[in-house]
Design a protein around this ligand. Sequence first.
Ligand code: GTP
Length: 406
Amino acid sequence: MSAIDTLWEYLAVAVGILVILGGLTFGLLRGRAGRTKDLPAPPSGQPSTTSPTSQEANDSPTTAPSRAPVDTLPPPAESTEVTEETLPPPPSRPTVETPDAPAGRLQRLRARLARSNSALGKGLLALLSRGQLDEEAWEEVEDTLLAADLGVQATTELVDKLRTRVKIENTTDEASVRRWLHEDLLALVDPSMDRSVANSRIEGRPAVVLVVGVNGTGKTTTVGKLARVLVAEDKDVVLGAADTFRAAAADQLQTWGERVGVPTIRSDREGADPAAVAFDAVKAGAELEADVVVIDTAGRLHNKVGLMDELGKVKRVIEKQSPVDEVLLVLDATTGQNGLRQAEVFGQVVDVTGIVLTKLDGTAKGGIVVAVQRQLGVPVKLVGLGEGPDDLAPFDPEAFVSAILD
Ligand SMILES: Nc1nc2c(ncn2[C@@H]2O[C@H](COP(=O)(O)OP(=O)(O)OP(=O)(O)O)[C@@H](O)[C@H]2O)c(=O)[nH]1
């Protein structure tokens, strides 16, 4: 064999070896690429706790994967650079509510009044317009009025008037009876009484309103709702939480105030001197140049001498720096005659100037309006007709009588 033949033989062997090596390398690379698809890399920033072994590749259910499946993996973390878009939204400021306008509220809420009192109006109309009115029929009319808490005196007056009219006019026609009843009830409710609530500065100082009553009548709720009425009238209001007896009362009042952007002066100490809190509230009202300071007091039984003395003291302490312009007595309309006794005693201690009748939505005893005004000689100024924030209405005699009868 020549030297050239030997060279060719070497060359052929070398080419063969190269072809085999190339094939092996290609196969290895393919295998690696396939596995990479099956087992994704961990998301950036998350350290891998296990290496990608054949066990992971098997995806065996007995060996729970330490990484999430591909579909649920979070997208890779993006740039941490802070831009305006990535900034969290600013903390939301508490929104201040806009209460309903107080004018005409009773008209709007008349359905609530009518629902519970229409038995009175409809019952009376049915009785009076049924034709011949004998003694028995008049007695029924009387019973209906007494059941509505109108009181004996007002009932007798009303029945006497109606009997005279029926006799003179010689008719029981429904439209006429309705008209007479409307006129006579309205006269009893007395539209001539001043029902305005002190709500404006007087001689360069805020008006001061003190709210009193027995437990659970709705004082704190009324103060909160009254704040809304005043805010709707564009008044600057300061609330005083002088109910230091019931732990939650100050919180409750503060929440009412915050909803309409009104500050509440309170003590964080349970059982603090209510007179001191009331004094501080009036002082703050003067400093803030508020239009009106409304002070909530603790519920107290009218027959507990010590508690009534305390109320007298609250008023006297306030009066060391400002007159009290309005004392509102809150009465629960559902308590009937007992409410009248309360009114009498409170009137003796703190000179009540106005009545707030709450829970009139839940009773057919609307006659209490007349009875309490007569007993105390002070007007019903506000009525509560529900638990909603704007369910406190300035009392309007005409709307009240219409709601009962129409
Ligand atoms: N249906 C109805 N519920 C009312 C009305 N006014 C107040 N309430 C409810 O009466 C309950 C007592 O109200 P509060 O304001 O806590 O009574 P309070 O007189 O301050 O209570 P004390 O501080 O314990 O004397 C609450 O559940 C009120 O929502 C109203 O006009 N109608």
